[in-house]
Design a protein around this ligand. Sequence first.
Ligand SMILES: [Zn+2]
Length: 375
Amino acid sequence: MTRFAFDIHATDGRARTGRITMKRGEIRTPAFMPVGTAATVKAMKPQDVRATGADIILGNTYHLMLRPGAERVARLGGLHKFMNWDRPILTDSGGYQVMSLSDLRKITEEGVTFASHLDGSRHLLTPERSMEIQRLLGSDIVMAFDECPKIDQGRDVIARSMEMSMRWAKRSREGFDAGGDHAERAALFGIQQGALDEDLRRSSAQALTEIGFDGYAIGGLAVGEGQEAMFATLEFAPGQLPADRPRYLMGVGKPDDLVGAVERGVDMFDCVLPTRSGRNGQAFTWNGPVNMRNARHAEDTAALDDRCPCPTCQTYSRAYLHHLIKSGEMLGAMLLTEHNLTFYQQLMQAMRDAIMEERFAAFARSFRAGYQRSG
Ligand SMILES: [Zn+2]
């Protein structure tokens, strides 16, 4: 059976639709991956995540290495068995979250020493250890270990960081390849860095392509640069990566970010937005985000979104959802998360259909005309 294959079924402009085939299942692209940080997509059972249309979820190395620990997950049969999700899982390398969440970080050529945000315990994360952790978890798509520098630093800092990430990418490749059985069923993605700089992005893409990966991520975006700067970078970054491999834009994004990025040639996404927003009372619809805390919903008997097939919209009124969210009830978080993940998967399906039928430009125009970014 195929370890990893990517077939492009149709292109429309720079947008592509196709399918990744792996041993644990197929991933339809463009794909949105719900984030299952701590071995759970928050507020959702795995079968309900699947019912939204998700083909793959993401797990976070940083969180899982600290709690419950990669060795413990391995002893319990791996992440899939532990959390009862039998389809593909992509794990990040831990690099980004070490930078954003931990204390007392020290970055050297060897790796990153840091203190856990949970108990202050000291840890060293290197490319080799990141590959080992992702192997112990049983990840299907393993991400290379990289540094994601703050976007507002000088070009020299960004360049030095990118060059170190490329050396780490090579060490990641070697660490992954030494992983025995796991390397024969999992895939490894490299991560392009270089912030908003076209030349640095090109150098990074060349370095990664020489090493050779199953897929290529665009890292270092969605870190506060804003949509305009992100789209400007996506004018060149995806085209610098191999056309026959999947391109994954990490940490993106809002529904209109997804449409603009697919338009520019991106195949895969992950973001905490639909799940986190659901817990905070924000619902996504084709007309834009809706704040369910707003008093205007208090006696509204209509569905949250009458175009949505999810159980929340099929069963409950806006008035009830408003009440649950206002009361801080767990069910409110569960129902809005289920709706938001369904909306994201419906959006991805609509984009896949539009590309297949060569009407993506018209789809994107119509989407933007109907979607109010602030709600
Ligand atoms: Zn819904």
